[in-house]
Design a protein around this ligand. Structure first.
Ligand code: ADP
Ligand code: TRP
Length: 334
């Protein structure tokens, strides 16, 4: 028997998941996790979140909500090992050990840190203004997340691919300095750009553009946002191109296929106005997301179930990370 492929990814507990996150990341991961011969680890990166110094109560609340949201989206503990990063202490210890084989130059080149330094330069400030060591060493902790579990594959958005490359570099440095093969080098699995879901203004749906529709918000709130989706000035009777319309892209992803098909046909022939499409989309979204929203509400109300899932995931993750820490410590002479 070959060993199963180990897939791992982390999600920051920042704000709510939006439709784009589900379409591009969470949904595909839930389908992947359901495949045979795979082991999937998903965690909420609460240690990473500390670099922006969030309010403690808010961080706790958001971490819990993110766990519930991931479970509601199908990343439940029958399929994945779900855990909070901070509840697996060996990750932070592995990070401390890895710091010794990570060159400062590598971290100087990390995009997120470089962007902060560049912004400081533009503003005429000291280059290190507002840069804490949590920000600077972010890639080392992320390498520890990945290497501690021995991940084969790390599905991430394009903005995180460099961090996974740094994890590979760090694993190689450890092999050169101490023990070849002690750490498994991962592979980034970057979501294809073809799958980018547009947001309210037609650009990629993203928190940074403030154009998102939250995945688990109340249907009324989602309907209100859908009414704000930017469309052109074609009248109901005019023929329209379904391929360039944000509403159709959202229908394709979240509506019953027959309903999406019908709207597409009526676009080409003329005879449907954007107001009507928005109403169809709001109804479809409500129906498609209802089971997820119900699971989410139930999980937030039922502490015992959420805690049991985390306990199982964290026990598993701790076993793996402890073993990696033991191997590394021995190799390093501790
Ligand atoms: P945001 O752009 O809102 O900050 P993140 O960068 O936190 O989103 O993305 C988390 C995950 O969701 C990544 O894997 C990313 O590829 C995916 N994702 C985010 N927005 C979209 C989108 N509009 N379409 C498809 N996938 C997306
Ligand atoms: N840095 C990732 C993000 O901001 C979250 C993350 C932390 C992560 N550790 C990870 C992702 C390990 C994949 C693997 O989205």
């Amino acid at each position: 028997m070959t060993t199963p492929t180990l897939t791992l990814t982390g999600v920051q507990p920042t704000g709510e998941l939006h439709l784009g996150n589900y379409a591009g990341a969470i949904g595909p991961l839930a389908r992947l996790a359901a495949q045979p011969h795979r082991e999937t680890y998903v965690f909420v990166a609460d240690l990473h979140a500390l670099n922006s110094r969030p309010d403690p109560d808010q961080l706790r609340d958001r971490t819990r909500k993110m766990v519930a949201a991931l479970m509601a989206c199908g990343l439940d503990h029958d399929r994945v090992h779900l855990y909070r990063q901070s509840r697996v202490p060996a990750i932070a210890q592995v990070s401390a050990l890895l710091a010794n084989v990570t060159s400062k130059g590598t971290l100087n080149r990390a995009h997120a840190y470089k962007a902060l330094v560049a912004a400081n330069g533009d503003a005429g400030r000291d280059p290190d203004h507002g840069v804490n060591m949590g920000v600077f060493t972010y890639p080392v902790l992320m390498a520890a997340d990945i290497l501690a579990m021995g991940a084969d594959e790390v599905p991430v958005g394009a903005d995180q691919a460099q961090h996974v490359e740094i994890a590979v570099e760090v694993a190689r440095a450890f092999a050169r300095a101490y023990r070849p093969g002690a750490l498994r080098a991962p592979r980034a699995v970057v979501a294809q750009n073809g799958g980018v879901l547009p947001g309210l203004d037609g650009r990629k749906m993203s928190k940074s553009y403030a154009n998102t529709i939250p995945l688990l918000a109340a249907p009324e709130e989602q309907a209100k946002l859908i009414r704000r989706v930017v469309t052109d000035s074609r009248r109901p009777q005019d023929p329209k191109d379904p391929e360039t319309c944000t509403l159709v892209a959202l229908l394709d992803m979240f509506a019953d296929p027959a309903a999406a098909q019908e709207v597409r046909a009526r676009y080409r022939g003329g005879g449907i106005g954007y107001g009507e499409v928005k109403a169809v989309l709001a109804d479809q979204l409500r129906a498609t997301l209802a089971p997820m929203r119900d699971r989410y509400d139930a999980l937030l109300a039922d502490h015992a179930r959420l805690d049991a899932a985390l306990q199982a995931g964290e026990r598993h993750a701790n076993r793996r990370a402890d073993e990696t820490l033991r191997l590394m410590s021995a190799a390093m002479g501790l």
